[in-house]
Write a protein that binds this ligand. Structure first.
Ligand SMILES: Nc1ncnc2c1ncn2[C@@H]1O[C@H](COP(=O)(O)OP(=O)(O)OP(=O)(O)O)[C@@H](O)[C@H]1O
Ligand SMILES: [Mg+2]
Length: 475
């Protein structure tokens, strides 16, 4: 390339300020990039000393002169620092000064290439700051153990959460192999190494299982291991996040156990009630019906006044039979089997609310029929809620609404009574407790809302299909 074209190129470059200084440091050429970066036109700046680009304190400290001395001594000098534009504003500059010699080896001046790297610097600072903040965040997180492993599985960083959960301080644990967290049998089975292999193969691995604290106690951990790669794609190590799930697991287990027990109780109660209902129906009622028939036969053969006396006995027996039939149907409502849930609840509500002098309404908005087990639960809770309305509410009306919501059966029993005094009735009151337990045993929920003077709403929901909870491995 000839000199002219080369000069044109340098002259037109916009991204770099490229210019020459004479041996004293005075500017002798200028280009478009220098004008763009520093704000001076060629006519304004050529002939002036290059120290005008430096902040006053750098000039006072002799920095421009020192830069030229070093360029002479070392041939070239690269520097990053603040420079000043014509309008007085600063920018972060990357500067390369090269000493220029002629063929006789005499110093002819300096070439200077300046770049405005303010944006890059701002981005770097922001990145560094956010990295620092992120590091502080990770370090202080208490709920999660967050730490790093080197490619061989040795711990290389530690945080407050890891210390809290596992009991080791950073000084004790850094450098040790992460298999110390695993129970001996898992280590013997090669589990730690396998987990790293899976993390490498699949990028990440999640596991739940027992881990061991420094003091030897176990905890139920949720662990996520992520393989970390550097920019060249080489395995840099692993990030590991550990949570202590012991409490949640215990709570879940306790809940499961409670549901199981309550479920057994509720079932045993139903079986017992059905048995009693059958006994009463098959034995007591049948034999009383027989007694009634004999009394009628006897009455037909007797003269008065004995005839009326025996007739009166027969009526008493008939009334007792009717009461027993009522008892049987409360113990084991026949409509549930024959006509379905809504019929049974309606019949029961008509019966009792009628007797108690309450206006009543049963609304059927079901779009799916609950399972037989759920139907019994609904029926029983309605029975208890209605009996509470009768006993406590001093209401004039009661409403029962059954609907299908969220894949389950939602039932609402409302009254316009005085409202409940408080939720805890104390010793000797089991109705509400039993309602809650029945709903829970069916994997649903029950809530009582009450406004003093306006009434009470008992609302409960049971799933159509009870969720299947898997059994968990034992320690
Ligand atoms: N619909 C209601 N209106 C007003 N108060 C109510 C209503 N339902 C319940 N209560 C109040 O809540 C308390 C607890 O009810 P719960 O059914 O647990 O016990 P109980 O009916 O008193 O006794 P039990 O049901 O064991 O025979 C009642 O004593 C009553 O004070
Ligand atoms: Mg009650």
């Amino acid at each position: 390339m000839d000199d002219d074209r080369f000069r044109l190129l340098v002259h037109g470059v916009l991204d770099y300020g490229i210019f020459l200084l004479d041996t004293e440091g005075r500017i002798s050429t200028w280009n478009a990039g220098a004008e763009r970066i520093k704000g001076y036109a060629a006519a304004e700046i050529v002939g002036r000393h290059f120290s005008v680009f430096y902040p006053a304190d750098d000039v006072a400290a002799g920095k421009p002169a020192r830069a030229l001395e070093r360029a002479v001594r070392e041939g070239r000098l690269e520097d990053e620092g603040w420079r000043v534009r014509k309008d007085g504003t600063r920018f972060w500059a990357n500067v390369v000064i090269t000493a220029l010699y002629d063929e006789q080896g005499r110093l002819r001046g300096f070439g200077k290439v300046t770049r405005d790297v303010s944006e890059r610097r701002a981005a770097e600072l922001a990145l560094r700051e956010s990295e620092e903040r992120f590091r502080l965040l990770v370090q202080s997180v208490q709920d999660y153990g967050i730490f790093m492993l080197d490619p061989g599985g040795h711990i290389s960083s530690w945080n407050a959460g890891a210390e809290r959960i596992k009991g080791y301080t950073a000084a004790e644990i850094i450098g040790r192999h992460f298999s110390v967290f695993y129970p001996a049998d898992d280590v013997a089975a090669g589990k730690p190494a396998r987990e790293l292999e899976i993390a490498v193969a699949e990028g990440r691995l999640e596991d739940e299982g027992w881990r061991v604290r420094k003091d030897g106690t176990r905890f139920w951990a949720n662990v996520v291991i992520t393989a970390l790669y550097d920019e060249q794609g080489r395995l840099h190590g692993f990030g590991k996040v550990t949570r202590d799930m012991t409490e949640r697991r215990n709570a879940e287990q306790a809940l499961r156990e409670r549901r199981r027990l309550v479920g057994h109780l509720v079932e045993a109660q139903e079986v017992e009630r059905r048995r009693i209902a059958w006994d009463v129906h098959d034995e007591s009622i049948q034999s009383m019906v027989a007694v009634g028939m004999r009394l009628q036969l006897l009455a037909s053969r007797l003269p008065e006044p004995h005839k009326s006396a025996v007739g009166g006995l027969d009526e008493a027996v008939a009334a007792a039979i009717a009461r027993l039939r009522g008892l049987v149907s409360r113990l084991r409502p026949p409509e549930l089997d024959r006509h379905g849930l809504v019929e049974a609840v309606s019949a029961y509500t008509d019966d009792v609310a009628g007797r108690w002098g309450l206006a009543h309404e049963v609304r059927d908005e079901l779009t799916a029929e609950p399972s037989p087990e759920a139907a019994i639960t609904v029926y029983r809770i309605c029975q208890e809620a209605l009996s509470n309305v009768h006993k406590h509410a001093r209401a004039t009306r009661v409403g029962v609404t059954l609907s299908t919501v969220d894949n389950g059966t939602l039932v609402r029993i409302t009254d316009d009574g005085v409202g409940t005094a408080g939720t805890d009735a104390g010793a000797g009151h089991f109705g509400l407790v039993e309602m809650h337990e029945r709903a829970e045993a069916a994997h649903g929920w029950l809530a009582v809302r009450s406004t003093p003077g306006e009434g009470t709403v008992v609302e409960f929901w049971l799933p159509l299909l009870p969720d299947v909870t898997e059994p968990e491995p034992e320690p």
